[in-house]
Design a protein around this ligand. Structure first.
Ligand code: PLP
Length: 388
């Protein structure tokens, strides 16, 4: 039998630190490795698997569309694309949408659209923010470890402390094309934005002629307990960036475009795969399934229950439990990596966020029993000695 990990280690670029388990199958919130071991999945495809693994409706829609038409550039209209565009615009209550293939592309598009519309060149982003790893999105991302090897980045980006309205107000000028924020900072450590901060940021943008970009690549599609996290705070972004679970796990991204931008000039942007009928069919099926399964409400209820269970863990190693819906972080007083390894050995896979936070991003179909099991397993792992 081929050693899959060894082969990947031999042939892969090296940019990922691999975990030592080879996953072969998933169902709902469960994964199985090639040895037949079962795991509760709190990685959730890094947020792409909100619907759970092997959703039958999405799988059937993909299979059907694959036999009909996969590739079709957006210069030709298509019924799947038109339908998903209309659906996304209605759901977000925004007039237009640009379709692409990933979160970082949705961010790049937002930056270009903001520059073209405002004829300004500067952007304000938040410390601890994460927006992707292509050169424009990386310029808005805060983490020095991601940025520094690639400097100089795109000029005109500055970072201000998150949840600090004064600092934001001082940073936004008549040269600011847009402010970009996450509603809950995910990768940066699971920090929810306060309603005052987010509403204040939107108002500052309106007053100064800058656009307000929300990055909901991670918080979108039910994750925080509403379909979009901005709906918790009645925000009206000018640009809304979406990806991850938008198409049931099939690669797809979208930049929703608000009224302040209107119709964009032709030829300023484009993508070969953007709006392909396969991804659009998958997205239509995924959006229907999210609605049928009432996933935002489930994330709200089960997320609150899970946070309570985590808060009950009596461990001197826990500094704080934070989150919104089923985007949950447990900040430890130690590095999270050894605890993630120990969790994996006990059948729970989870993510880190920064050095010290264990981040749980399970499929939103996860059951209460499974969440209880995750909380119990974390409690056990925190009681035992781990090798650092
Ligand atoms: N923005 C946020 C908030 C994210 O969490 C991510 C990915 O984790 C991205 C952007 C980039 O998305 P992608 O990895 O699809 O390019």
């Amino acid at each position: 039998m081929t050693d899959i990990l060894a082969l990947e280690n031999l042939r892969a670029s090296g940019v990922y630190n691999k975990r030592g388990v080879t996953m072969v199958r998933g169902e709902g919130a469960l994964l199985w490795d090639d040895q037949g071991h079962q795991y509760i999945d709190c990685v959730g495809g890094q947020g792409a698997a909100n619907l759970g693994h092997a959703n039958a409706t999405v799988a059937a829609a993909i299979a059907e569309q694959a036999q009909r038409l996969i590739s079709l550039t957006e210069i030709f209209p298509n019924e799947q694309r038109a339908a998903v565009m209309d659906r996304l615009c209605r759901l977000a209550d925004m007039p237009r949408v640009y379709l692409c293939n990933s979160g970082t592309e949705a961010i790049e598009a937002a930056f270009k659209f903001a520059r073209v519309t405002t004829r300004r060149t500067e952007f304000v982003a938040a410390m601890r923010g994460f927006h992707g790893r292509t050169m424009g999105a990386l310029s808005a991302t805060w983490n020095k470890a991601y940025r520094e090897p690639f400097e100089p980045l795109v000029p005109g980006f500055r970072h201000v402390p998150y949840n600090n309205l004064d600092a934001l107000s001082k940073a936004v000028s008549e040269n600011t094309a847009a402010v970009i924020l996450e509603v809950v900072q995910g990768e940066g450590g699971v920090y929810p934005g306060t309603p005052e901060y987010l509403r204040g940021a939107q108002q500052i943008c309106q007053e100064r002629g800058a656009l307000f970009i929300l990055d909901e690549v991670q918080t979108g599609f039910g994750r925080t307990g509403k379909l979009f996290a901005f709906q918790h705070h009645d925000l009206r972004p000018d640009l809304l960036c979406l990806a991850k679970s938008i198409a049931g796990g099939v690669p797809m991204g979208a930049t929703l475009i608000g009224e302040r931008l209107g119709v964009l000039p032709g030829h300023i942007h484009g993508s070969t795969f953007g709006g392909n009928p396969l991804a659009c069919a998958a997205s239509l099926a995924a959006l229907s399934e999210m609605e049928r399964l009432d996933l935002p409400a489930r994330a709200a209820e089960n997320g609150a229950h899970f946070m309570e269970r985590l808060q009950e863990i009596n461990s001197p190693l826990i500094r704080e439990v934070r989150g919104m819906g089923l985007l949950v972080g447990v900040e430890l007083k130690k590095k999270s990596a050894p605890f993630l390894q120990a969790l994996t050995e006990r059948g729970v896979v989870a993510l880190s966020a920064g050095m010290n936070v264990v981040r749980f991003l399970p499929p939103l179909v996860i059951t209460r029993e499974q969440l209880d099991c995750v909380a119990n397993t974390l409690a056990q792992v925190l009681m035992e000695p781990v090798s650092e």
